[in-house]
Every structure is written in structure tokens, then in C-alpha cells.
Write a protein that binds this ligand. Sequence first.
Ligand code: PYC
Length: 335
Amino acid sequence: MPFHTVHVIDSHTEGEPTRVVLEGGPNLGSGSLAQRAARFRAGHDGFRSALMNEPRGLEIAVGALLLPPSDPSACCGVLFFNNAGLINMCVHGSIGVVATLRHLDRLPSGACTIETPVGSVSAAVQEDGSISVENVLSYRTRHSVPVDVPGYGTVLGDVAWGGNWFFLTENHGQEIHAGNIPALDRCAWAIRRALASSGITGEDGGEVDHIELFGPPSRPDASSKNFVLCPGGAYDRSPCGTGASAKLACLSAASQLEPGQTWIQESIIGSAFRGFFRPSGRGIIPTITGSAWLTADARLLLDPADPFRDGIPASRRPSDCGEYRRSSSRRGAPG
Ligand code: PYC
């Protein structure tokens, strides 16, 4: 049987990888990006897992499947996914998509509209080569919610939408630095489990599956430093663009940042996104800027005879994930 070949270009945005699928993805038919996302979820999870999980995938990466847009004025549609499932929107991934299209000479004007399942975003290459993404409407839905987190006590935080659902907290008792990642990981997982068991969800009932812990910045130019736990258990190496959008929504709601004022969000590895917002409807439209670098142009081979063609999900590798991960039975947990 011949190999199934998938053409990908890999990049990283401020340290966080993106794998753009150019050819060899599933045929999802026509319709809105949300309809095509539902078809992908129902019928092509093996393809997702093959690209993101061991032995072929990179579990900390976000995949970006390029699709024809439903609105011809957009340059492409994109479905974003990770080692655990689809994600709604991804800003670092959008920056990676734009860097990839530019590398392929498919972005003559340097600007484009990208359709995602949760709305269209516009992106533009800046003079210095960085890339800005004007994200979807972002808003805070709950303020200073107390969550009883076993082993950590009551943690207060906000729930906000930035294209994904986030719980944002400064009140976690942890030091935000790269040497403390295992403890940050444990704390964020405990918060995520506590949110789920307390029935705290996004406004649409969606799981709050991104946990964002904030602390003082290390860089002199930054406003704040974060640690972001993603749905599949990886932490974001970038400052997380949807998370930075949720943060801007919270700052706006608390009148702590003015429209147009710059916020520099530092990541746990010391990279940064610049952000600002304009008010819109019930929330804000954030613009997030960062840089991406290409790392590979590759053809992945999926051998039908390979027993692990579709990857090895974390649930098949219990020694790789601690008890706090295995005990999370919520959608989006590893495996
Ligand atoms: O940059 O929006 C983002 C993101 C979401 C998950 C990982 N990165």
C-alpha cells in the first residue's frame, strides 16, 4: 500500500511551534469553518493525532490545516488543532500561517483575512517583519470567581474569551519563572480540574480549557509574565495570543488599560507579544503582534501498515503523564 503523504511547513512563533498542513489533509467539503471543524472532529481525528502525537508529531505544537475560505475575500480558512483535539482559534498559529504564506510568496499584499471556526481575523506583516493579528471579539464573562482548588486553597480569577476560554489568575501563590515549570504545571492542572468539577464554564458552556497564571515580568520592557497551560497538557512557549487577548479584555473591563495603550505580555521562556485593543460591542478587538521563524519544510509519510500510523495518544503512555493529568476526564485532556 502506498504511503499517504502530507506536506507541512513548520515554524515557531516566539518559541511556540506551528505545523501548517499545505497538502494531504482530509477533504472536508464546503460550508462554514465551523461545519468543516465538526466534520474534521467526527471523521478525521486519526489524521490530527498522526500529525501531533508521537512518534511523528510534536506534542507541544499547534497544527493548522489550510482550507479554501467560504468567503472569497478571505485568503484562507484554517482549522487549528493540538495533541488533544481541535482548538477554536490560535493567534501564534495565525502568525505562523502568515509567515508560511509569505515564505511561499502567497501573500503579495502582506495582509490577509483568515477564517476560523469562531470568526475571521485579519493579519498584516509589519515593516520590521513582525506579524500583527487583529483577533476576534474578546470579553470577560466572570470577575474574581473563587475556585476551591484541592491542595492550593481558594484561587480567585477571571473567566474570559479571547478565541478560546481562559481562566486568568494572579492569585495562585506560584513563582512565574522557567525553573518552576513542573510546579506551575501541577497548579494549573489542579485549577483546571477544580473549574470543571465546580461547573465553571465559558458562557456558551464550553470548557475553560486554557489556564493562565500571571506574575511580574522579568524583561524590563514587559508589563507582565505568564504561564499558560494548553488543553493537551503542554504549556505555551509563546505568551499565547488568545490568552493575551483575554488578558486585554480583563484589563479593559477593569479600566486598567486604555484603548490603544500597549501591553507587553512576556512568556514563561522570556519571549513577548505586544498587544493593544479597541473597544467593540460588549468587549474589545485586540491586536497582537509577534514574530515567527520557519523551521522545516517536510513531507510526512503515513504508512497504512504502521500500527502507530495515527500516533500514540498520551492515554496509551501513562508513565508520561502524572496522576493529575490522567485523572482529568474532561474533553480536551490528553488522550
Ligand atoms: O497563541 O492563541 C495562541 C495559542 C493558543 C494555544 C496555543 N497558542
